[in-house]
Write a protein that binds this ligand. Sequence first.
Ligand code: GLU
Length: 594
Amino acid sequence: MTGFGLAGKVRADPRAAYLMAPLRLRDLFLPVLLLFVGACAATPRTTWNYGGMVAAANPYAAEAAADVLRQGGSAVDAAIAAHAVLGLVEPQSSGLGGGAFMLVYDRAADRTYAYDGRETAPAGARPDMFMVGDAPMGFLDAWQSGLAVGTPGTVALYEVVNARHGRLSLADDLARAIELAQQGFEVSPRLAGFLVQMRGPSRIDDNPATRDYFYPGGEPLAAGTIRDNPAYAETLTRIAGEGSAAFYRGELAAEIAAAAQADPYPGTLSAADLAAYRVAVREALCAPAGSETVCTMPPPSSGLTEIMILHLYDLFAATDGAAPVIEGVDLAALVDAQRLAYADRDFYVADADHVSVPTDDLIDPAYLSVRAGQRVAPQGIPEPGDPGEVLRGQPIGDRWGRDGTDEIGGTSHLSVVDREGNAVSMTATVEAPFGSSRWAGGFLLNNQMTDFSRVPTLGGKPVANAVAPGKRPRSSMSPVIVFDEDGELKLVAGSPGGNSIIAYVAKVLVGVLRGGQPVQTAVDAPNVIARGPTVRVETGMPGGETQADGLSALGYPVEEREGENSGLHVIVVTPEGLRGAADPRREGRVIAVN
Ligand code: GLU
């Protein structure tokens, strides 16, 4: 089934684009010399001796992925297997009814691909659809509304990446999830906790289908209960047999549309929207930061902020003679880099297929050098910069109204490296916990449309991230793959956590790449989030109080918070082999496959 194909052409990341440039004779001298030297030095890219590894948010999912790797599946096969299981055992976070970003590193081709399976706004969506009179709808109403449901992208993504990077069939990739859905899985403490917590604010226990599934007999599923999901098994079986058409057309598409069009606040998602869904194959955004190259998803992802933060961090850390350094990390430099990157992100990032986003400008070293000069005093308020003015003398800062949209946590990240050294960094989401609480075919529908700005204009100016038909909402999800100075795979990372994803991922990049921290130390470290004037510090993790005190002493307005919602799943290539980390704040697991 090929109907749900690509809405863009595959382009190589800049490292590969260089290899494809037309050759002149004198250009051959250096490559031939390098080839000779390389042959003498036996470049490591010819063999991969590290085995494979998976880091995912739930043991069932990690086991499924490891099993697929052992069977000879690729990193992409393993990621699909893990994710299909997550849709069953961690339905509060992601699943078939949501969307995902997937970065794929193909080691033999030395290319990194960026697949955008983000939800799209239905054709009937309108910029003011979340307005009630002159005021935006309250978040709780918008979250549980039919208007919040975007066209899901996950299943189309499975199909596209399996066709392009899979070694096994899609049916093989889905087999473990089907079996587990038929046999039943043990409800985890985290899922059970969410079912208690979300009872009040959401409609998860009101909608008949989700009530019957999650609250049998009126009580939330308890941790340790065995829960099967025959409808989910049936949906996956049909996708395994018929491809994504089983999802985007026919009976299931009609069921999804009906759920989105139901009260309260019916949405417009239709069978035609589902039939029209396309995965966008984007150019991976790759840029040097220090001696490494960081590859990430371009907009509507916020991945570019990771490049900005690492770059700004290096500029600040180089000049911060006396700043407190904890575990090798200059905390003030990390906070100040985040402040500037968040301010730019909130202003400029949206779906670049619909509005103009200065992606390349924001990560241009010339802009970042000037931006570093706008470092904010600890008590100051970070403002967006203007890359148009800096780079071309043509201001673009008056173009948009600023978007302060908040996102709350229902997302999952998984990292995989296969036995050939290919890698996948995948962040998947239904947006808030249990998405819109609407249900079809054994899975939940997303509420991703609330990642758009609910107000279409601010201060008389349009908001870049305003709703429009077919548009993808801005996302904080920032999957990354980092390469070392020789272009060898170095780190695969990402996290859930709404807006704070940007800070969570940056903590790991800076901790591992600059602080030299072991990967688990970097993941365990207290999260520090600097979006806007205050700095949030996670004091519930060891060392958090020290960091909060240190930043307060420097004059930052610190807001202490006991726990954070990160779910970092990271793999690092070290001289001793692969090292992985699962976030202790969730239920994840790392499994090595040799
Ligand atoms: N929906 C959010 C996004 O795409 C993520 C929410 C979360 O991480 O929990 O940015």
